[in-house]
Design a protein around this ligand. Structure first.
Ligand code: 13P
Ligand code: SF4
Length: 342
């Protein structure tokens, strides 16, 4: 299958671009034309004007984003259509519009909506129409700073952890952060309404949210001279206990730029940590929680990648991901603001 994929890649040349997120399996990463975090992959999708076929080895929201940012003559494919992101599914446009009504009535109009790129296209569109933007873990501080420069408050969707970690890093005290529950449609906060700075949607990524304080304590006890670094989708309590946090690129660079014999404990998806372990055998690298596995990222296999490429050759576009024109036009406003800030 690897040979067949290579053959098709050669045959299609520049007409084909295979993108892979850092959480993909090794065999997929090896066959990709570019590997990166969500920000880098979105930038590549926007910049590449040659490829007629972009095969996105990642999850659904990433392929949607690539479709929005690419040209009309470019088609985006997801090797396994059911590779979703449970966190992205925790917010939709209807609940976001409802929240907007409730929150603006209660806290006033000076609010800008910012959605993590790990969200549905329709939520990005919601942010676009309300003059908001998107954000990734790779540019979170810059984008949130921008948010506070244009409005008094930010509505941050759907990841409460990235929102809280970023606001805290910018000096916002937790008492000025509110939590919005889309199921009960309730806004909870402890300060005065006018003092609220950050309104967090109550979504989360189970892969990172489930990492416990106990795991960090254990890692510290067992590896006292290791640096513990995590993805900012982890809870704020976890980030505070660790030595650093950042995007998948940040986590990779931290190890890459470190000296031989250094020790690392990393809290993020298994495939990425395992690859670092295999690449940097002169450092000691451990995963913080063995259970940090994103089943959706792991759904891309040699089989469905090969099948996608065979389908493309046959003109069968059943694995294509498309965003309707109106949603795309609204979402691109939000994405463009982010890209211009990055
Ligand atoms: P990055 O943008 O840091 O690559 O993270 C994407 C993601 O899905 C993390 O769970
Ligand atoms: Fe979504 Fe979490 Fe998987 Fe990233 S790791 S794709 S946020 S479920």
């Amino acid at each position: 299958m690897i040979n067949r994929i290579k053959e098709i890649k050669k045959q299609l040349g520049d007409d084909l671009l295979i993108l892979a997120h850092h959480y993909q399996r090794d065999e997929i990463v090896e066959l990709a034309d570019a590997v990166g975090d969500s920000l880098k992959l979105a930038q590549i999708a926007e910049e590449n004007k040659k490829a007629k076929y972009i095969v996105f080895c990642g999850v659904h929201f990433m392929a949607e984003t690539a479709d929005i940012l690419s040209e009309d003559y470019q088609r985006v494919f997801l090797p396994e259509r059911t590779s979703g992101c449970p966190m992205a599914d925790m917010a939709d446009r209807k609940s976001a519009e409802k929240a907007w009504d409730i929150i603006t009535k209660e806290l006033g109009e000076s609010i800008v909506p910012i959605t993590y790129i790990n969200s549905k296209a329709e939520v990005k569109a919601f942010c676009g129409v309300h003059d908001g933007t998107t954000v990734t873990s790779g540019n979170a501080e810059k984008v949130v700073k921008w948010g506070f420069s244009v409005k008094d408050k930010i509505l941050f969707l759907p990841d409460q952890n990235l929102g809280k970690n970023t606001a805290a890093a910018l000096g916002v005290d937790e008492k000025y952060m509110a939590l919005y529950d889309q199921h009960t449609e309730k806004l909870t906060y402890v300060c005065k309404p006018e003092e609220v700075k950050m309104i967090l949607w109550n979504g989360y990524c189970h892969v990172h949210h489930n990492i416990t304080e106990e795991k960090v304590r254990e890692a510290r006890n067992e590896n006292p001279d290791a640096r513990i670094i995590v993805h900012p989708e982890c809870k704020h309590e976890i980030v505070k206990m660790c030595d650093g946090s950042g995007s998948t690129t940040y986590l990779i660079k931290a190890v890459e730029n470190s000296d031989k014999n250094t020790k690392w404990v990393i809290g993020t998806e298994y495939n990425l940590v395992q690859r670092l372990k295999e690449k940097f055998t002169d450092r000691e690298i451990k995963i913080l929680d063995e259970e940090s596995i994103c089943t959706n990222m792991n759904k891309t296999t040699l089989e469905n990648l090969c099948e996608t490429l065979e389908d493309i050759l046959k003109g069968d576009y059943s694995k294509q991901i498309t965003v309707d024109r109106q949603t795309a036009e609204e979402a691109v406003k939000a994405l463009d603001t982010m890209l211009s800030l990055s």
